[in-house]
Write a protein that binds this ligand. Structure first.
Ligand SMILES: Cc1cc2nc3c(=O)[nH]c(=O)nc-3n(C[C@H](O)[C@H](O)[C@H](O)COP(=O)(O)OP(=O)(O)OC[C@H]3O[C@@H](n4cnc5c(N)ncnc54)[C@H](O)[C@@H]3O)c2cc1C
Length: 512
């Protein structure tokens, strides 16, 4: 990828940012036949796109806000993503526990509207459950005062794995996608943006690329790129932090999630079974500036533990938390003070010099965001107009026989390649840590096939070790670095550096 970036200095479309939005945009642009390059300053999905609640959903809460168009669009995209990436997206029943007499009919009707809006792409019919039925599906739900529940259906996914498979999809369509290349400046001809200056973070070398149009897909960092175009531009992003805690599966055994529609501060709270753990979130805290490693605040952790305790028979305490992670929502500010009231609809801004910024939205709707961004970019850059062709485009790893078996199931059609690696070297079937489900072959595969460059790339996003059990991931960082050292032909010092860097990052996911 770097050779191509250094040699092909002229592109149709230059995309800045390798999260859901940028990667989706790269797919859309390359599928239309535009020469496309995507530059990501860190790793693919290092930002918000690996820190979501992992739901592919219409968004029941937006229905509550009356935002029918947004819900309809997201439900359509949910259905498409399930078809295009079946190895990564699976159905999940959600149960709203009912403690007050009015909640059953109230949520029951609302969720039937949600079913109806899903139409043909519906995943199952919602229904009211008796107390006994609710307890049978959620054996650890707080039974004191429980009257019953309402079950409805949405879907869940592995966010960082989807991002990687999207990078592979874009590459398969001819796009050049590079991680660890940071955009540091913008170039103009006659006051029109005509390219970027980027820095290869591994060598420190600066490279200038010319493009007919530049798309800024940097999420919470969007304003910093907009300032490269116009230093006086008015900022539009309000970063809002959402934190999740990860607990053992025993806190929520079974295959159903809990959805609490209204917490003390008016938020929705989820408890979700994910990759053999229980993920609980989230919060909504305005933060002053964006960061690639946002830190959970003590009050956010307390909020999640207190609310989890209200709905679970076994009250989780700090020592039960296997990992805590924070992500930043790239909300486009509307002048409102309360960030949870800002809509998640996406926004496209085109500067007078032609920089196209696409931001807001959500993971579930990345494909339509990408389509809209490329439509606008084609006009701004004077490209030959063509139509988006991603509605039915299969994502890398697509298979007609998806399996639930974790971890190999999430590789989809690539699982065969991993199995071949293991057949050639049976030692690679060993797990990287006794408390994690991952095998050494995944580390080798991540370097050879998935552009993993650092130990953190492997433990955070190629596998999800840091989320499933942060302490265990730290304990195996050295052995993972040693496998990578051989694959990347690196030195002993590289191993030490990697372990030191990873230790600092992982410390932010471990509760003391
Ligand atoms: C707590 C939380 C929970 C969520 N849950 C869900 C959910 O369950 N379902 C759902 O559909 N959505 C969910 N979302 C929303 C969804 O995660 C985001 O909308 C989406 O990930 C945003 O992707 P993005 O590509 O715009 O931003 P990002 O993923 O942040 O990507 C931007 C990228 O730009 C890169 N970048 C920045 N500056 C530069 C530069 N100078 N040069 C090169 N690269 C640069 C960054 O490194 C980053 O990787 C959630 C969000 C949060 C915060």
């Amino acid at each position: 990828m770097m050779t191509r970036i250094e040699q092909d200095l002229e592109w149709d479309v230059i995309i800045v940012g390798g999260g859901a939005t940028g990667l989706g945009t790269a797919i859309d642009s390359a599928a239309r036949g535009y020469t496309t390059v995507l530059l990501e300053q860190d790793d693919f999905a290092k930002g918000t796109s690996s820190r979501s609640t992992k739901l592919v959903h219409g968004g029941v809460r937006y229905l509550k806000q009356g935002n029918v168009a947004l819900v309809l669009e997201a439900l359509r995209e949910r259905g498409r993503l399930k078809k295009n990436a079946p190895h990564l997206v699976s159905d999940l029943p959600f149960i709203v526990p009912v403690y007050d007499w009015w909640e059953g009919p109230f949520y029951g009707i609302g969720l039937r509207v949600y079913d109806w809006m899903s139409g043909r792409l519906g995943l199952g019919d919602s229904e009211n459950l008796s107390r006994e039925e609710t307890l049978a599906r959620l054996p650890t739900i707080e039974s004191d005062g429980l009257r019953g529940g309402v079950v409805y259906f949405d879907a869940q996914f592995d966010d960082a794995r989807l991002a990687l498979n999207m990078a592979q999809t874009a590459a398969g369509l001819g796009a050049t996608v590079a991680n660890y290349v940071r955009v540091i400046g913008m170039t103009k001809t006659n006051s029109v943006v005509r390219g970027v200056v980027c820095r290869d973070e591994e060598t420190g070398r600066d490279i200038e690329l010319r493009g007919k149009v530049v798309i800024n897909a940097t999420g919470v960092f969007s304003d910093s790129i907009r300032r490269m175009d116009d230093p006086d531009v008015r900022p539009v992003i309000t970063p809002s932090q959402g934190v999740h805690i990860v607990l053992d599966q025993s806190f929520l055994p079974g295959n159903s999630a809990i959805m609490v529609p209204n917490t003390d501060d008016g938020r929705v709270l989820f408890a979700i079974p994910w990759h053999g753990t229980t993920v609980i979130g989230t919060t909504d805290t305005e933060v002053p500036f964006p960061s690639l490693e946002p830190k959970a605040l003590e009050e956010e952790i307390d909020f999640l533990l207190t609310h989890a305790a209200r709905y679970l028979t076994h009250d989780p305490i700090r020592s039960d938390v296997r990992s805590v992670f924070a992500g930043l929502r790239p909300l486009v500010s509307s002048g409102e003070d309360d960030t949870s009231a800002i809509s998640r609809e996406h926004t496209i801004l085109i500067s007078t010099s032609g920089l196209v910024t696409i931001t807001g939205g959500k993971w579930t709707t990345y494909r339509v965001m990408a389509k809209d961004a490329v439509d606008q970019a084609a006009i701004a850059g004077g490209l030959e107009p063509t139509k988006s062709s991603t509605k039915k485009l299969k994502i890398h790893g697509w298979t007609d026989s998806p399996t639930d078996s974790y971890p190999l199931g999430v590789y989809g059609s690539d699982a065969d390649g991993l199995n071949e690696l293991i057949s050639a070297d049976p030692g690679l079937v060993e797990v990287i840590h006794p408390d994690l489900p991952y095998v050494k072959a995944q580390v080798v595969w991540a370097v050879r096939e998935e552009m993993a460059r650092t130990v953190e790339d492997v433990l955070s996003r190629r596998t999800r070790a840091i989320l499933l059990y942060a302490r265990a991931s730290l304990e195996c960082a050295r052995s993972v670095a040693e496998i990578m050292q051989v694959e990347l032909d690196q030195s002993e010092d590289w191993v030490d550096d990697q372990v030191a860097t990873y230790s600092k990052i992982a410390a932010g996911y471990i509760l003391s």
